[in-house]
Design a protein around this ligand. Structure first.
Ligand code: 5GP
Ligand code: MN
Length: 339
């Protein structure tokens, strides 16, 4: 398959297909920002478009323009399935393997639509008919901006669309700090601001909306649950269901916690374990060239980017942490080399 096949996509669009936009399970700022930006750009051209996401996403993203149009598959299976059945062209944003859509993957697999992938993760699988995959780029939102430009659609950008793209840029780059950020990321941010976007307002909406209980959960996690393993330049944190309940946890509350441990001097790998029924969701973050995605893929059925990855462990919290710690000696050399 030819990557970046704009001609093939133009041909598909000439048929005026019913379009569906989807993204990965547990949508984040990049997933939602990219999806809602593309939604509005296609709507502006008169296409029939819907956005169906596998499950719910954090409240701090609900202010995004057109958020009301989003259908969550989980809990609305009938409505979501009808939209999937009607779709003739499906845009897959911010993921590169159908398994990342989890509860929606079977429905997508059974669809006869043409699949278009726009994504920035490593090693795309070949489920898409038309692919726009740039693993080095810092966010799918940046790729959506470039894609719009190539398609000649950037003249359709509005402040609302700019807000969606900017949200993806900010949330996937740690507010423009990760090494994946390039001059183009800043150039695009500048163009969005020229359109009338107020960046202080977006940062405030994304980051200054803590509930007291979330901040206290973070405080508890850092003071009671943080373990540093200096020998391995690694830090571990975890939260059990009981602890989450104690702080009235709601989805999204633990977002970003894993990064705090990475700010400790000398630490280049952090793992954050959160209990979710009989599974454990794990977030990995790393510095330099330590490949967190490979560790996650090999041992925790996961993947992601070099410095930000995630995975799953089926079993108890204690077992998950134990497994991780017993792996560390195998990675000691790589950890020290990246110090
Ligand atoms: P987070 O720690 O924020 O949940 O995830 C960080 C990154 O890791 C995500 O942007 C995503 O690319 C990747 N990721 C998270 N969970 C999984 C997973 O279960 N499987 C795969 N393949 N990647 C994941
Ligand atoms: Mn992303």
């Amino acid at each position: 398959m030819k990557n970046h096949n704009y001609e093939a996509l133009q041909e598909e669009l000439k048929k005026r297909p019913n379009i569906l936009i989807t993204t990965h399970r547990g949508p984040d700022g990049d997933a939602m920002g990219s999806s809602l930006a593309l939604y509005q750009v296609l709507k502006a051209q008169g296409y029939e478009v819907s956005v169906v996401v596998p499950n719910s996403y954090p409240k701090f993203l609900h202010w995004l323009p057109c958020n009301k149009e989003v259908v969550e598959f989980e809990g609305n299976e009938e409505k979501a399935q009808a939209l999937i059945d009607d779709a003739e062209l499906i845009f897959c944003l911010d993921f590169n393997d159908l398994s990342r859509t989890d509860m929606m993957s079977e429905s997508l697999q059974n669809s006869t639509a043409t699949f278009v992938m726009i994504d920035h993760h490593q090693d795309p699988s070949d489920f898409a008919n038309i692919m726009f995959s740039v693993p080095g780029i810092s966010s799918t939102a940046q790729l959506v901006y470039e894609f719009n430009e190539q398609m000649g659609w950037n003249k359709l950008l509005t402040v609302d669309i700019a807000q969606c793209i900017y949200t993806g840029l900010v949330t996937d780059t740690g507010s423009f700090r990760f090494s994946s950020v390039d001059t183009r990321t800043h150039e695009i941010a500048a163009k969005l601001i020229e359109l009338g976007l107020e960046q202080a307002d977006i940062h405030q909406k994304l980051f200054d909306n803590n509930k007291e209980s979330r901040l206290k959960l973070l405080g508890y996690c850092l003071s009671e649950k943080l373990e540093v393993l200096p020998e391995y330049h690694t830090a571990v944190m975890s939260l059990s269901q009981e602890e989450l309940d104690q702080f009235n946890f709601v989805k999204g509350d633990t977002e970003g916690f894993v990064n705090y441990a990475l700010s400790i001097d000398g630490v280049i790998l952090t793992a954050f374990f959160v209990q979710n029924e009989n599974k454990v969701k794990i977030s990995f973050r790393s510095l330099n060239d330590f490949r967190a995605n490979l560790l996650s893929k090999k041992h925790f059925k996961g993947g992601g980017h070099i410095n930000a990855a995630g995975g799953i462990f089926e079993g108890s919290l204690e077992e998950a942490i134990h497994k991780f710690k017993t792996l560390l000696p195998d990675y000691k050399k790589e950890l020290i080399a990246n110090r």
